[in-house]
Design a protein around this ligand. Structure first.
Ligand SMILES: [Zn+2]
Length: 126
């Protein structure tokens, strides 16, 4: 298990030969499950992290960024996680569709009878 100090970059992913060498964070509460106490620290730019975010996003049916972040926090500690999740959700077509704003239809021009001055509609007889 590697130790990473604050404001230091993560060790290069090439250095890890197996899952036993993953970097984990330490929580102070010992009453939680081991996965919660020692979440795996992930690089936000790594391909595996991006795939993990997309998988959980798809499994949860494309929730909001905070909901997805909370779910991922149960096992993983993604550095700058909110930013990474927002970036991935911005590129997810399903998330874009769910968050799209409705387009207001463009109104047609008023008919000429409504635009005549001093002659209101239905005032003229044939
Ligand atoms: Zn999505």
């Amino acid at each position: 298990m590697a130790t990473v100090t604050t404001n230091h970059p993560l060790p290069d992913a090439q250095q890890f030969s197996s899952f036993s060498e993953l970097v984990v964070a330490c929580a102070r509460c010992q009453e939680l499950e081991p996965d919660v106490i020692h979440p795996v620290v992930l690089d936000p730019r790594h391909v595996v992290t991006k795939l993990l975010i997309r998988q959980v996003d798809s499994d949860l049916k494309h929730p909001g960024a905070e909901r997805l972040f909370a779910e991922l926090r149960r096992k993983f500690w993604i550095l700058r996680g909110r930013e990474a999740i927002r970036r991935e959700q911005r590129s997810c077509p399903e998330c874009q569709r769910w968050r799209a704003q409705p387009v207001n239809p463009k109104m047609a021009d008023l008919p000429p009878a409504r635009l005549r001055l001093y002659r209101p509609p239905f005032s003229q007889r044939d």
